[in-house]
Unconditional design. Structure first.
Length: 397
């Protein structure tokens, strides 16, 4: 719909299904290139018209100053922030969104060098060269816990940038996503760390008289993720059949703890050994005593792993405590997640079928399990050689 005084407004369908309004108008060309201004997200036609009027009036009042035109152009930084605020929450869990914001800040909050050039570049004028240059320069940026950002982090930053630019392409803000032509740094993959039998026994001995013992036993016996363990309830324990059901996960965000669905959205049920059942029975008896001591102050959340008053354990705190127990046991370069790797590696190396291990881990695809734990898969070279020998020799007469 063309509007008096210049500019256009139209209705569009947002990701959440709502019908919203957008305006757009053209300014004077800058260095021979078209200068277009647009804004979306208005609930009514009147809001879009009023905003268009104010935007064109402001532009007309300042168009005699060349700098004003550049100030009105939507930059890469402007668009990333808009995407994080408007579009990302529709597709991301809160914890994932926090991670996306942290990664995007390496571009959005850059103050110097190639990342800063990318941040202030007009959105409709960026190409793969400036994007690739900015990402490569980030390899020398300071990280929180190490000297420089890793290639893995650079690829994650590129992933966030690519997803946001895909949305810009869908909205016809850019002609093509420049990340399609960007060459990203390679990641040097290493085998997943798992504990040896001796390390497992040392860790169990260190934790035996501690509240961490049941956590370690469950993590080793199930391969469940940290959040899945901390959200387990007694209702998920089938004592008769010695099975556990994983159907939720606890995560810690900046606004507090929340329970969500598992990583791939599917619940799973699997058997556990008698050592785990014994540990759970002991823990249940302990909780009964805690409930008696706390009285009315006990939080009845039915949690398997919880504080003495029944409240949720904080995931980050649990990880820190397990790391300290591992150091006490003389185990280096390991974490709570290492217990998940230990479970998977040992099952595969003992010939447990890949689909069964993948199901226990909660992977959406057995190929993921095979890729991560390829080093633990049993070697079939000898059997392959024997099979070929039988072919060569032919049937026995």
């Amino acid at each position: 719909m063309n509007c008096r005084g210049g500019g256009t407004i139209w209705k569009y369908k947002a990701r959440n299904g709502k019908r919203l309004w957008r305006y757009q108008f053209d300014g004077e060309p800058v260095e021979g290139k078209r200068c277009r201004f647009t804004r979306a997200g208005f609930c009514t036609r009147t809001e879009a018209l009023n905003a268009l009027y104010e935007a064109t009036k402001s532009y007309d009042d300042n168009k005699t100053r060349p700098i004003a035109t550049a100030q009105h152009q939507e930059t890469v930084s402007d668009w990333i922030q808009t995407w994080l605020r408007v579009y990302a929450p529709e597709r991301c869990q809160p914890k994932t969104l926090e991670r996306y914001i942290g990664l995007a800040n390496y571009i959005v909050k850059a103050t110097e060098g190639e990342p800063a050039k990318l941040a202030v570049a007009p959105l409709d004028q960026i190409d793969h060269k400036i994007v690739e240059s900015a990402l490569r320069s980030l390899l020398h940026a300071k990280a929180k816990r190490r000297e420089h950002l890793s290639p893995k982090t650079i690829r994650e930053i590129a992933g966030v940038l690519s997803v946001s630019l895909n949305e810009a392409f869908r909205l016809e803000k850019i002609a093509i996503n420049p990340l399609l032509r960007v060459k990203l740094p390679k990641i040097v993959r290493s085998d997943a760390r798992s504990l040896t039998s001796e390390e497992i026994q040392r860790l169990r001995e260190v934790c035996r008289a501690d509240w961490t013992f049941t956590i370690v036993e469950l993590a080793l016996a199930t391969g469940a993720r940290r959040g899945e363990l901390l959200s387990l309830t007694w209702h998920d324990v089938d004592w008769l059949n010695s099975t556990l059901t994983v159907n939720k996960s606890l995560e810690e965000t900046r606004v507090g703890l929340r329970v969500k669905s598992p990583k791939n959205g599917r619940s799973r049920r699997f058997a556990v050994g008698q050592s785990v059942i014994a540990a759970l029975q002991f823990l249940q008896a302990q909780q009964a005593e805690h409930r008696r001591l706390c009285g009315a102050g006990y939080q009845e959340l039915d949690l398997v792993l919880c504080k003495p008053n029944g409240e949720y354990l904080h995931p980050d705190l649990v990880s820190q405590v397990i790391c300290r127990r591992m150091k006490k046991a003389g185990i280096r370069d390991a974490s709570l997640h290492t217990l998940r790797h230990t479970h998977a590696s040992n099952l595969l190396s003992r010939g447990i079928p890949l689909p069964a291990v993948s199901q226990r881990l909660g992977h959406a695809d057995a190929n993921i399990t095979a890729r991560v734990y390829s080093h633990a898969l049993p070697q079939d070279d000898a059997r392959a050689a024997d099979a070929w020998e039988k072919v060569i020799r032919g049937p026995i007469q």
